[in-house]
Design a protein around this ligand. Structure first.
Ligand SMILES: Nc1ncnc2c1ncn2[C@@H]1O[C@H](COP(=O)(O)OP(=O)(O)O)[C@@H](O)[C@H]1O
Ligand SMILES: O=C(CO)[C@@H](O)[C@@H](O)COP(=O)(O)O
Length: 554
């Protein structure tokens, strides 16, 4: 049978994943993962100063490898691939030249972190975000942050651009325009050489760049010029219209068609963010909270325009028309550190031992490498097993999950993590367990904020790496929220969601809801709250809130 296939491409923080999916039933024929090599080696980053940059070569090499990977594993004919849609992290903007090419790919800029993609978790622009908030509230005109939860973040577009252009004259002079990662990769695939004509993502623009239809797109020059003349000039070199991901960005370019062995008839959908594609892959419906649980979390909901009306949801990361399901309002909240909080603890525990193993004379290099790889792979699993053995009633350590700042409720990226109530019995498993509780409490505070703002949550769905891998995190979260959590079957729900958008853009399904219905992969597990744990966590949550106030100075 001549079935139709689509490819969903999901650029996460550490790796890019492609899935090749049958549009008739959502069956995933093949998947392929590519870990960014320069990023893995820590290049262009400085965690101490919160600087996190990614080189576009990591992404372009990954684009080729993953698509070729899924094609060769599946063995299907090139004409059967009808469309591709790309999702990425965000806000992860990068400077580009007049042709839409990344500055980091040009002579003179190849090793300059300011010419690279400023990934979402880069918090070098806290000062600039503070300035944007101050001016937005006091300049006498519209508060452009009002559809962004009322607080602009250092994780977002304008803060990052402002920071880079203030710091780097050469990049400022060469940066004709800026593109979100999802737009840059999509533009590469269609061979766009005109960043002004290229169809930019509604999701990225609405959640991170203060784009709103009611004020004619991006904020006016009068506002942007208050921060830097460059921002006012840049407005003319960005965009006015934006597009949802059920729309066509273009066809696959000749160059990429030849490189990938695909047809130039392949449709390329408009790009989007990983979390929003994940919500589609996780079968989002109204009043269901989708938790995309990876390095960070994104907590995504949709609401009909009638339900939302004129309501402004305070303290979240935006309410955007069509950012998830076209025709409805997408709501986004999240935590800046989730799996990353556990990864931080893993590194803390492992790093000195790894250094000692490297210096040891007892093993040869191959044995050392094997041992180190095994420890790094197993440590979170071992800590999780040990933590599961500790009765919840024994949880007395209280931690704050703000190690990479707080995204929501009420963005404050200057906040720091903290741990209290340690004693001589506080071993690694107990501290790890308290961090798992802390990231779950962070999730609860988001649920509470949505509810306080009148958004009803009847069900929770988990997806992403942590939801699939960690029984400890998922059970703790179910106990803390006192709600069952369903886990999406797909290991690659964001990529599956992107594939669903691709199928709509190609005209195979009439709309996103129909694509979800036909291509859904369902759920493979439900974590039910354990009644005895619920009151224990209610009490501990109150302590988390108190501790948070203390640290925040409230
Ligand atoms: N067994 C585990 N338990 C808890 N967290 C885990 C486990 N394995 C990996 N993680 C965390 O998952 C995160 C990666 O999530 P994933 O969804 O795969 O990627 P991304 O964030 O790039 O989309 C990392 O922060 C890592 O620490
Ligand atoms: O913030 C967003 C989207 O708005 C995410 O891209 C960001 O949290 C990164 O997601 P991951 O943790 O890499 O899955």
């Amino acid at each position: 049978m001549n079935d139709n296939y689509v490819i969903g491409l999901d650029y996460g923080s550490d790796s890019v994943r492609a899935v090749l999916v049958n549009t008739a039933d959502g069956n995933c024929l093949s998947s392929h993962v590519y870990w960014y090599p320069r990023w893995k080696a820590g290049k262009y980053c400085d965690p101490v100063s919160n600087r996190f940059r990614q080189h576009p070569l990591d992404h372009l090499e990954g684009l080729e490898q993953t698509i070729k990977g899924v094609l060769s594993k599946s063995g299907i004919g090139k004409d059967q691939v009808k469309a591709i849609c790309v999702d990425t992290t965000g806000s992860s903007p990068m400077p580009v030249d007049e042709k839409g090419q990344s500055l980091a790919l040009k002579p003179g800029f190849a090793e300059n972190p300011n010419a690279m993609m400023v990934i979402w978790k880069d918090h070098t622009s806290i000062k600039e975000a503070d300035e944007i908030n101050e001016v937005a509230r006091t300049w006498g005109g519209e508060d452009f942050t009002k559809y962004e939860g009322g607080i602009y973040s250092s994780e977002w577009f304008w803060s990052k651009i402002l920071h880079v252009v203030r710091e780097d004259e050469a990049v400022k002079n060469a940066a004709f325009s800026w593109m979100e990662h999802c737009d840059f990769i999509t533009a590469q695939l269609v061979g766009s050489t005109d960043p002004l004509a290229f169809k930019r993502s509604r999701c990225a623009a609405g959640h991170k760049a203060l784009w709103h239809e009611s004020w004619g797109g991006l904020p006016p020059k009068e506002f942007l010029g208050k921060f830097h003349p460059y921002l006012a000039e840049l407005r003319d070199r960005l965009y006015t219209e934006t597009y949802t991901s059920d729309e066509v960005a273009g066809n696959l370019s000749k160059e990429w068609a030849e490189k990938l062995g695909l047809s130039e008839d392949t449709i390329i959908a408009v790009g989007t963010f990983d979390a929003h594609a994940g919500a589609v892959g996780g079968e989002i419906t109204e009043n269901t909270l989708i938790k995309v649980m990876g390095t960070s979390t994104c907590d995504v909901m949709v609401a009909s325009k009638e339900t939302i009306g004129d309501k402004l949801i305070s303290g979240i990361c935006g309410q955007v028309d069509g950012s998830v399901i076209p025709g409805t309002i997408g709501l986004e909240a999240g935590q800046s550190g989730f799996g990353d909080v556990l990864a931080w603890f893993k590194n803390l525990v492992v790093k000195p031992s790894v250094a000692l193993i490297q210096n040891s004379t007892l093993l040869n290099q191959e044995q050392k490498d094997q041992l180190i790889a095994e420890i790094e792979e197993q440590i979170i699993i071992k800590l999780s097993e040990d933590a599961l053995q500790i009765p919840v009633a024994e949880s007395t350590i209280v931690s704050l999950d703000w190690i990479n700042g707080r995204r929501t409720p009420d963005a404050n990226q200057s906040l720091k993590g903290a741990i209290r109530n340690l004693n001589m019995g506080s071993d690694a498993a107990r501290v790890f367990k308290s961090l798992v509780e802390a990231i779950s409490f962070g999730s609860k505070s988001i649920v509470e904020r949505f509810r306080q703002e009148g958004v009803q949550i009847d069900a929770v769905i988990g997806l992403g790496g942590v939801a699939k891998k960690s029984i400890l995190v998922m059970q703790t979260l179910a106990d803390v929220l006192n709600m069952p959590i369903k886990v999406a079957t797909s290991d690659q729900a964001p990529a599956l969601g992107a594939a669903m958008y691709a199928a709509v853009a190609a005209g195979i399904h009439p709309n996103t809801e129909a694509a979800i219905k036909a291509m859904s992969n369902g759920f493979d597990k439900v974590y039910e709250p354990i009644p005895a744990n619920v009151p224990v966590y209610e009490k501990l949550y109150a302590e988390y809130v108190e501790f948070g106030k203390l640290i925040e100075g409230k």
